[in-house]
Ligand binder design. Sequence first.
Ligand code: SF4
Ligand code: SF4
Length: 287
Amino acid sequence: MIPEVPLKNLETLWMQVGGTLCNLECTHCFISCGPKNDTIAMMTLAQVKERLEESKILQVKDYYITGGEVFINPEIFEILAEILRYGPLDVLTNGTQITAEKAQRLREIQDASAHTLRFRVSMENFEEAANDAIRGKNAYRKAVAGIGHIAQAGFSPILTITRSWEEEQDAEMELQFIEFLRANRVPRPQIKILPGFMLGQLAKNERGYNEEERVTQACFENFDITQLQCATSRMATGEGVYVCPILVDNPKARMGNTIEETLRPFPLSHPACYTCRVTGMTCKSST
Ligand code: SF4
Ligand code: SF4
């Protein structure tokens, strides 16, 4: 029997504000985002407002936005200001679009809100060649510039990296990433390492899930299933509400048109659920 994850409490609302459009085309992107991928449209300000109103009634505590790349969305600043009226917000970005002027505008939006605005900037490596081998030419240079602008505006972005090394090397890599952030004058260096999901580009470039990689009831004998992020969050997009940010381009993970329609258990039949169970990962900033 396939285990089902209950919705324990809807604490977090994710919104795929950037849709599947991104200015980069990373070789491990698990939703294969890129400049030409418009499978899932960007969210409009009007759509964001609808979901926010719903989230207020449902007593959502915090918000995350992601893409694709959120800073491609032409309404991004209005969207940020609107979400901050409801609660704290973490913005997931590749950092490459953030100029000094945009960072200043972000500062103004933060100063006008009682809720915290926080950034997570994704990169691959503290070395340019290794980073750009995955993210594409000039991605390193632009992300470093973006991090610098955000830091100068008084924010302390969390560097997010998908692990491309053995897990045993985490501690050593962490030290180097922290040093990299210090060198770029980030006030309080923090990093988050995520496992790769064998989907999208990573499945194409490395490998997909094998038959054994599935969750079963036995997986939850000594593991509280409600620790999975899908027990406490949902992912709104321009095209409906999904169970989580990982399965956002999977039709079976689309649970309804509104958040209200998704307040029910979800069967963990997708192989990606195996990665969540094995790593205990969450896409949220605090682990
Ligand atoms: S991993 Fe992030 S930055 Fe890279 S293509 Fe996907 S959405 Fe864009
Ligand atoms: S991929 Fe992870 S977060 Fe998404 S439904 Fe499966 S276990 Fe839950």
